[in-house]
Design a protein around this ligand. Structure first.
Ligand code: MN
Length: 133
């Protein structure tokens, strides 16, 4: 999983939460452009994306990833302090797989990761079947 986040406190919290999960290896980036670079190089199963980032926003980064055939299949979960319903609606319209708000709710966070990982693995299995066909 790749987490794109400029706030060290949020990054540390997610590192702590994910440390309990032996099935997840966490990569991180501090801004959107670096996040895109790492996503292209590492092809993570799932991306967790802050919205308010230095340089390009999380929404812009999502669009760039979605336009790249190499990364378009990766579910991108927004994790943002922008928590009013209009923000969430806009985020989902932009194409985020799910939209989570800060502060992080541990149960919701873990469940969303599971859903996104299952989605990612189903996509990989489907791509593998198509390759064989
Ligand atoms: Mn931020």
């Amino acid at each position: 999983m790749l987490y794109v986040e400029d706030n060290p406190a949020n990054l540390m919290l997610v590192e702590d939460l994910v440390a309990r999960r032996t099935d997840i290896r966490l990569l991180s980036a501090r801004d959107g452009n670096r996040g895109i670079e790492i996503a292209r190089a590492s092809l993570p199963d799932v991306i967790l994306m802050d919205i308010n980032l230095p340089g390009i926003s999380g929404v812009r980064a999502l669009r760039i990833l979605a336009e790249d055939p190499a990364t378009a299949h990766i579910p991108v979960v927004a994790l943002s302090a922008n928590a009013i319903p209009r923000d969430i609606e806009k985020g989902l319209e932009a194409g985020f797989f799910r939209y989570l708000t800060k502060p992080i709710k541990v149960n919701e966070f873990m469940e969303t990761l599971d859903v996104a990982l299952r989605f990612a693995h189903a996509e990989l299995a489907r791509a593998a079947r198509e390759e064989q066909a």
